[in-house]
Design a protein around this ligand. Structure first.
Ligand code: DQA
Length: 144
């Protein structure tokens, strides 16, 4: 049976096509998500992609999948920079989590260069557009 990976997408990532195109490109969330799923399948992973604009729903999802997923790739959007609640939920997860960002958060506004969730994650990838997710999938492939 193939291992299942949770792809957790935080606030506004459903609207990525309306973000700054110079930073995020011009693909829709649906297109990026289907490419992630396709890539994961080729690596032998099953995926569940969950997006929410609500912090609590993201936390509930992390809790509810304990025992069901082998790993998670988390783009928490702006919550990454200040959500201690999300950080604690990641710390409770019984599976490894990787924090990803499509943009290079260190080359942008100063508030984006801080992550409060990174310390609860196994690793951190930022700046490679949709490839950030693919790189994280490769890391999980090696790790799991
Ligand atoms: C982002 C970076 C965050 O700072 C921002 O709030 C986002 C997207 C990224 O993928 O580059 O929502 O997580």
């Amino acid at each position: 049976m193939s291992k299942k990976i949770l792809i957790l997408q935080g606030p506004n990532l459903n609207k990525i096509i309306d973000y700054d195109r110079g930073i995020y490109g011009k693909e829709s969330a649906e297109s990026i998500n289907s490419q992630i799923q396709h890539y994961a399948k080729n690596l032998g992973f099953e995926t569940e992609i969950f997006q929410s604009n609500c912090e609590g729903r993201l936390i509930d999802k992390l809790h509810s999948l304990s025992g069901e997923v082998s790993g998670a790739i988390i783009n928490a959007g702006a919550l990454s920079h200040y959500s201690y609640a999300l950080r604690d939920a990641i710390a409770c997860a019984k599976y490894p989590c990787i924090e990803v960002h499509m943009s290079n958060v260190f080359s942008r506004e100063e508030f984006r260069s801080k992550s409060v969730i990174a310390c609860a994650c196994m690793g951190y990838i930022s700046g490679f557009g949709k490839l950030s997710y693919m790189l994280a999938l490769n890391a999980l492939k090696e790790w799991l």
